[in-house]
Design a protein around this ligand. Structure first.
Ligand code: 5GP
Length: 192
């Protein structure tokens, strides 16, 4: 086994809860220990996104091939018929570097990974202070159409009902505090 013990860290949250900021913080604080697990998706790149950095952007056909060849550790149709999935090869790539993959993933996908790797994953749920605040953050981000904003809020409401199934819930009312709390949990888990 690699020195990291082939562990997995799952950061899940409703869209807009601050998950990506926390993931970026962890990668900056712990570059020797953690690496971002790059998912495959069939959604289009947003401005500033690069293939192979934020995601591997793939066609529906290629994604479905990966499903049929069992190349994905989990996958979900997260929004609007768009697929998202964690390639097994990505987890292996990171373990081979002696690091731990950090997954920025939706709630259902996160719980599926945890079920698949129950003894070596840490599943963290980032909770927004309220659905009103979540809606405000998504508006401010400016990446959504009114329809996609509604879909994200509806999904968030549903996802909040799963938070009890995670190892820890981190309330993101104050980002610095949420980052520090998450980092401590991750360090404890990697040392155990
Ligand atoms: P976005 O389109 O905003 O980048 O991501 C939408 C949602 O899909 C986010 O909650 C993100 O964490 C989630 N996501 C990203 N990659 C994966 C993945 O590989 N599997 C699953 N199940 N969800 C993912």
């Amino acid at each position: 086994m690699a020195p990291s013990g082939n562990k997995i860290i799952i950061i899940a949250a409703p869209s807009g809860a601050g998950k990506t900021s926390i993931v970026k913080y962890l990668l900056k604080q712990m570059p020797e220990q953690l690496a971002f697990s790059i998912s495959c998706t069939t959604r289009s790149p947003r401005a500033g996104e690069t293939d192979g950095v934020e995601y591997y952007f793939t066609s529906v056909e290629d994604f479905e091939k990966k499903i049929s060849k069992s190349e994905l550790a989990e996958w979900e149709m997260v929004y609007f018929g768009k697929y998202y999935g964690t390639p097994v090869s990505e987890l292996e790539r990171i373990w081979e570097m002696g690091k731990t993959p950090l997954l920025d993933i939706d709630v259902k996908g996160g719980l599926n990974v945890r079920k698949r790797f129950p003894d070596r994953s840490l599943a963290l749920f980032i909770q927004p202070p309220s659905l009103e605040e979540l809606s405000r953050r998504l508006h401010a981000r400016g990446t959504e159409t009114p329809e996609s904003l509604d879909a994200r809020i509806n999904k968030a409401t549903y996802e909040m009902s799963y938070k009890g199934e995670f190892d820890h819930i981190i309330l993101n009312a104050d980002l610095d505090q949420a980052c520090a709390e998450t980092e401590q949990l991750v360090r404890n888990f990697l040392q155990a």
